[in-house]
Design a protein around this ligand. Sequence first.
Ligand code: ADP
Ligand code: MG
Length: 416
Amino acid sequence: MSAMTTQLDGIQCIDELEIENRRVFIRVDFNVPFDKKTGEITDADRIQRAIPTIAHALERGARVILGSHRGRPKGTAVDSLSLEPCAAKLSELGGWEVFLPDDCLSDAAVKVIGELRAGQLCLLENLRFHPGEESNDEGFARDLSDLFDVYVNDAFGAAHRAHASVSALPKLIPERGMGFLLRDELKSLARLLEQPQKPFVAVLGGAKVSDKIGVIERLIVKSDALCIGGAMANTFAAATGREMAESLLQADGLPLARTLIEKARDAGTKLLLPSDFVVADSADANSGTVAVGGLTSGSMALDIGPKTVESFSAEIAAAKTVFWNGPMGLFENPAFAAGSTGIAHALAETEAFSVVGGGDSAAAVRAAGDNLASQLDFISTGGGAALELIEGKQLPGVEALRTTPRPIDPAEQLPE
Ligand code: ADP
Ligand code: MG
């Protein structure tokens, strides 16, 4: 039995917990992207997707206390990182009145929580305003635990962090479990790794190879074909002796890329690298498409070319399971978005079970428009957490929810 088969074992879901009239803490991930200039939320997906769990709790007559982090305030109150805009957005999307006391442990917070009636909710202010959150402090967790009776985690995006509100805190609350979003995240990712329907095709891109070595290694073993695009492909192309000129690549990652190419060969996993690129002389000038090896001095590869999109799409069309992480190019600039848009279309069209993980990849799917996002099977709300699960790591925020321990491997047991 693999680690993935036990992913949901021993974890209760919110619909199995006694929550009526009780104070229920729901750890959500409202750490959404903001426009630096206007200060407005640019993508409220994470808030939207926490709504089913919150609505369920309210309908069941719970007294709901939401907690989240936002940004990196480093343990002090930073006005610009308040959850106030998130409270407003939640109120707008859910149609609820959302109380937001000024500090998660203040007298005001205690008073607001004390006065909550069944079916009402409040959002605690940014948990990272306290240093104890990121240091997973037991005392901070204890103070929080005094505020409620039942703990629910629905923050997949934070589940890979051993922080107080996702790790130390749930262990103090006997009645704990997961929300619907966390359940769906774990189920979707388990379906990729636990006997995926074959052929299983993985598409990887993004900026760096070194960030994703663990993921690439695991996918070499698990998948039938691995398509590599983005700046990551530049490193692979350079490792096979191709001229990449001024392209963004990881010069110290060439030996690693060569090792990964060998590992794929040994495992019999098909490794597809770009056969053409969209290139430019500077990041804002699209000067056309060249075949791999055709880059001239001063130019850089900023997207995969149309032939590559075609060959990756053919793999995706023939697949039964697809996972995509990492944009195929500098998609933030529309001149270099065609590669990522092409892959998003291929994922929308394939019959395969399709999952996207990674903040930028999810943004690329949404930027591709045409309602493509709704045609994929699952878009993960957690980039880092999804990649760690794929690497085979245990997530502190998931492990802390188990009320029945996972079976212990005798080899793991320490002597008394
Ligand atoms: P994710 O968040 O989905 O895991 P990453 O953070 O690894 O993805 O990488 C995303 C970044 O990589 C994007 O900002 C994108 O512009 C950049 N990128 C991808 N391909 C290229 C390229 N060829 N040249 C420069 N930047 C690239
Ligand atoms: Mg990213």
